[in-house]
Write a protein that binds this ligand. Structure first.
Ligand SMILES: CC(C)(COP(=O)(O)OP(=O)(O)OC[C@H]1O[C@@H](n2cnc3c(N)ncnc32)[C@H](O)[C@@H]1OP(=O)(O)O)[C@@H](O)C(=O)NCCC(=O)NCCS
Length: 143
């Protein structure tokens, strides 16, 4: 059964999310994390989904200003993608952001993930751009 909760920056569970994020989002592009960027994540909210004790998915929420919060680093274990875990992580995060008073969720979606976010009612804004060598779209949802 999927259990979603926040994990503390620097905790053993946080480092597990880094391993998953690295495997799903960075290594396939021949990239890795900059330790300085990970240190800055102390300001972020870290959301993780567990099946029993096993980490199966995670994402990061970074406040941009009083109204907007950015969802990034959305990663689901490639063994179990397409089973609703990503959707549950996004829904949990939207509720958390709303409870904290944010008005909008914003994100940079890889073009391959755009249909996933559109299904969750995110709308494209502006033009395509490149990030980590991949085409992306800014997407927004009112909370
Ligand atoms: C994108 C991702 C987070 C989605 O999580 P998931 O658990 O696989 O997604 P869900 O099972 O909740 O999918 C919900 C719907 O989106 C669809 N979907 C998921 N990923 C998709 C993709 N890349 N392209 C098109 N549709 C997609 C699913 O088919 C499903 O629709 P359905 O129920 O009608 O079949 C996950 O596949 C992943 O980690 N991908 C690799 C990393 C990545 O691209 N992250 C996002 C960076 S912006």
């Amino acid at each position: 059964m999927l259990k979603i909760r926040t994990v503390r920056h620097g905790s053993p569970e946080y480092w597990e999310t880094i391993q998953l994020r690295r495997r799903i989002l960075r290594t396939p592009l021949g990239l890795d994390f900059d330790p300085e960027d990970l240190e800055k994540e102390v300001r972020d909210l870290h959301i993780a989904g567990f099946d029993l004790a096993r980490l199966v998915g995670c994402l990061v929420l970074t406040p941009e200003n009083a109204e907007d919060i950015k969802m990034r680093q959305v990663a689901v274990d490639d063994q179990i993608q397409g089973k609703g875990i990503g959707t549950e992580l996004v829904i949990f995060s939207e509720r958390l952001a709303r409870d904290r008073g944010y008005k909008r969720m914003v994100l940079s979606a890889r073009d391959t993930a755009v249909p996933f976010y559109e299904r969750l009612k995110y709308a494209k804004e502006g033009d395509e751009f490149e990030e980590v060598t991949v085409p992306h779209w800014r997407m927004v949802k009112e909370l």
